[in-house]
Design a protein around this ligand. Structure first.
Ligand code: SF4
Length: 319
């Protein structure tokens, strides 16, 4: 199964303060309960504190992003102690050493680690906008646009949390596929396994990815590159209740010949109850998995949609 990835083989980058390391400016940490106690049971973290790595002490004066003449620098509030270039250089170094990572969790709002919405000040000390990107985080994300990235604060949202974890496991699956030597057949099989996953995010993307695989005028490497970019982009789109319900209805079709009238009605009711927000996604999925055991379908059994990550994460009970 896709989600059966050994904990030691699933490596995730993370801001060091989120796993309890006391590396913040005031010698504190910012432990993320989900990252440490839930996700941490299934992954191995590789933690980085860019500010400490470039030689800043603990404790240390705070730093911020300051815009001056259209250039953003990271420095102390009074403009001294510019560490922009040091943070950029360290970001480049880490990015080049961490191609094996399958995801990254950044610490929100940090001028170094923030993934988005970082405050930018003017040289007078006034907050101008909150649309900056942490200087270290930017280097990591730009060097690897496929890498699933999220922030600790956003991971408190059940939909965003589920989306991030699903992307991590899909990306790890892709990394394993590549490591085993990619062939046209393996790529086609991979795509078929993600049919319902992609459908629940973006139906158009599934069709476009299928068309891409059918092209005979492109080298396998080029197809694979475009394919994984298209897939990871589609998976970023949040799978809504409506899209899930439509996907479940498609899956329901596989059992239409086997189910009796009562069983069919029960499954319809569960899907409708989910569509209306009365039960979580796990309810109709549990019924589908039950029918799959009774009426095995190899094509369906291999679908990542049914087991995108370990059930013990309980991510499909919350929405
Ligand atoms: S946010 Fe980043 S730079 Fe700041 S303490 Fe955490 S790991 Fe270090």
């Amino acid at each position: 199964m896709i989600h059966q990835v050994n904990k030691k083989d699933l490596k995730i980058g993370i801001s060091a303060c989120l796993v309890g390391e006391k590396v913040r400016f005031d010698r504190s940490s910012k432990p993320s309960n989900f990252c440490i106690n839930d996700f941490g049971q299934h992954v191995t973290y590789q933690s980085f504190c860019p500010e400490v790595a470039i030689g800043l002490p603990i404790p240390r004066p705070t730093i911020r992003q300051i815009k001056q003449d259209d250039i953003i620098k990271v420095a102390r509030p009074d403009g001294t102690g510019d560490v922009t270039e040091a943070l950029k250089a360290y970001g480049k170094k880490v990015a080049s050493m961490t191609k094996h990572l399958s995801g990254y969790v950044f610490c929100a709002k940090s001028p170094s680690c923030g993934m988005e919405r970082v405050k930018i000040y003017n040289s007078e000390g006034n907050s101008l906008v909150s649309n900056g990107v942490g200087t270290f985080a930017k280097e990591i994300m730009e060097a690897n646009p496929l890498l699933p990235c999220e922030e600790n604060g956003r991971l408190n949202d059940p939909l965003i949390r589920e989306n991030f974890v699903a992307r991590v496991y899909a990306y790890k699956h892709w990394q394993n596929l590549n490591a085993s030597g990619l062939t046209k057949h393996k790529l086609t099989t991979f795509h078929s396994q993600y049919k319902y996953t992609v459908m629940s995010h973006d139906l158009v993307a599934y069709k476009n990815l299928g068309r891409l695989l059918a092209r005979s005028d492109m080298a396998l490497e080029d197809v694979a590159q475009q394919y994984i970019l298209g897939l990871m982009t589609a998976l970023k789109i949040i799978a809504t209740r409506k899209k899930h319900a439509n996907t479940l209805s498609h899956i329901q079709g596989y059992f239409s010949k086997h189910l009796g009238a009562n069983e069919r009605q029960e499954l319809c009711e569960q899907i409708n109850a989910y569509r209306q927000g009365l039960v979580p996604l796990m309810a109709p999925l549990t019924l589908i998995k039950h029918y799959l055991l009774q009426y095995p379908k190899a094509y369906l059994a291999q679908q990542s949609y049914l087991s995108p990550y370990p059930d013990r994460l309980r991510l499909r009970y919350a929405y």
